[in-house]
Ligand binder design. Sequence first.
Ligand code: SAH
Length: 279
Amino acid sequence: MKEEQSRKRRRGKNKKPQKTQPSLLPKHSTKLHKKTHQQKNPAHQSSSSSLKSSSFLDKMKARLAGGHFRMINEKLYTCTGKEALDYFKEDPEFFDMYHTGYQEQMSHWPELPVNIIIKWLKERSSSLIVADFGCGDARLAKNVKNKVFSIDLVSNDPSVISCDMSNTPLRPSSVDVAVFCLSLMGTNYASYLKEACRVLKPSGWLLIAEVKSRFDPNNGGADPNMFSKAVCEMGFTSALKDFSNKMFVLLYFKKKENQSSNGREIEWPELKPCIYKRR
Ligand code: SAH
């Protein structure tokens, strides 16, 4: 009995959205769902009230899906990459839930950082080899001619390498451009950047796009100069900082030709989670 109670408590602590595929509605709402099917039959209900109830249901579905997205999003920002990998391994459908919500959020952004990176790549030689760390739906790979290693925790597409990006199967000094587009999520984000440094060729590019509020010291965000200093200490030079967009910052670095470490431990600023608002 005690064991059952403590199991329940443990389950409560490790909150996960309920599996509600395909409708994203929780189990207790299936009755409601069935009823609506009946209501759609003109013999049961007038068309105007059926329209009303289906829009009510749509709203409810959207609200639930939004809640699930925000919960998974928060989880990803507050755990390590290894924990995130285990989380999705256990329930791969949470990855789709996350991305449905992510796309919804992105649809409100006037400009997507991934499109700026695509444009940047198109202005350069397509022979540059790219690694897209935290590729999501692999939009980057689909829109450039370059060879792109798309990496994410879950792969729904055979071209995506599924792994924790702190430990990829890429060879050392094998890529020209490493991209992190809104993907520095784990609490151990520095280990993702170290991995990028390992796989980048000398003089290779490191492109980072992050949510602006995470680099806004006036609102609890990290000091972008401290972050940039830490990346440089790892073996990069800062090439460009672009704060012009309202929603995100873009940081461009180049890997130094010669890597020399002074042996001092690098001080990485904490990057606060990006919590999306309820819409
Ligand atoms: N870069 C894409 C997707 C950004 S969403 C775009 O701009 O549209 C962030 C992505 O990073 C998610 O798909 C998430 O699964 C991935 N991610 C977060 N931590 C990761 C890790 N440790 N290893 C691999 N992918 C990770």
